[in-house]
Design a protein around this ligand. Structure first.
Ligand code: HEC
Length: 127
């Protein structure tokens, strides 16, 4: 009698433990990003208020990520973003998050969505 009772909850734990594992497995696929969408967003011009010139990611990084860029305001050179040329690119998650936050705010006037960031990263990673 007691054996039957203790077996019941054990059967339930199987599917309950599996579901978080399945969610974790699905997460990277959802954030994989679309490189083509990232490429289009990269050169998209964002009009600025007050008659300032429109901005895009290419304003500082250029449209060719294998080439060095130049900070449009400070004139400082920026190493190419393409990992094929600069292997250290996209290797430091904290740095990537910090600069995406800053650059999205400066360029788009707001933070990028998770999907937009994933698209940008998919595009950069492929260069
Ligand atoms: C005003 C100039 C400027 C603009 C515009 C700009 N960036 Fe940047 N970006 C920088 C600077 C400066 C750095 C940090 C210096 C460096 O890493 O060479 C940087 C770094 C980055 C990094 C970090 C890469 C790494 O792992 O080292 C990413 C990713 C990035 N930018 C993406 C973008 C995206 C996406 C946009 C458009 C939404 C954009 N940037 C627009 C200046 C700019």
């Amino acid at each position: 009698m007691t054996k039957r009772i203790t077996e019941r909850p054990r059967r339930l734990t199987g599917p309950l433990l599996l579901s978080p594992v399945l969610l974790l497995a699905a997460a990277p696929a959802a954030m994989a990003g679309d490189a083509a969408a990232g490429a289009a967003a990269w050169v998209q011009q964002h009009p600025q208020p007050g008659g300032a010139p429109a901005r895009s990611c290419a304003t500082c990084h250029t449209a060719d990520l294998t080439r060095p860029g130049e900070h449009v305001r400070t004139g400082k050179p920026i190493e190419p973003l393409a990992p094929s040329v600069s292997p250290e690119r996209l290797t430091d998650q904290a740095k990537v998050e910090k600069w995406l936050r800053r650059n999205c705010r400066w360029t788009l006037g707001r933070e990028c969505t998770a999907a937009e960031k994933a698209d940008f990263l998919a595009y950069i990673r492929a260069q």
